[in-house]
Write a protein of this length. Structure first.
Length: 108
């Protein structure tokens, strides 16, 4: 599995941004990723957001405390699917949208 990561500096919350805010409401929810080597990684959810009418999810890497960005599909039966972001262009757009979520929060 190719893990996508934001390239922001780490702070105490692990979201990769230099600001004060509370992600605790999301950290109570986790997603377990199965890596290519069979290892499981339990990742707290930082945020779920949309870019160009598609849903994406930001997960907190539990050991490195960095944000990992993925495509996200939530089905009516309650199941979810985590999708790799395939292109550099799509990743850049998603990364910018994720970063702007917290820039807007800082301005409030």
């Amino acid at each position: 599995m190719d893990e996508h990561k934001t390239n922001c500096e780490n702070n105490g919350c692990g979201c990769g941004h230099d600001h004060d805010h509370d992600h605790e409401h999301h950290h109570s929810h986790t997603i377990t990723l199965e890596l290519e080597n069979g290892e499981e990684l339990v990742c707290p959810i930082i945020e779920i957001f949309e870019v160009d009418d598609k849903e994406y999810i930001a997960l907190l890497h539990p050991e490195e405390e960095i944000a990992m960005l993925y495509g996200f599909t939530d089905y009516e039966d309650g199941s979810i699917e985590i999708l790799e972001i395939e292109s550099d262009e799509e990743y850049e757009a998603v990364s910018e949208a994720f970063n702007s979520l917290f820039e807007d929060e800082d301005e409030e």
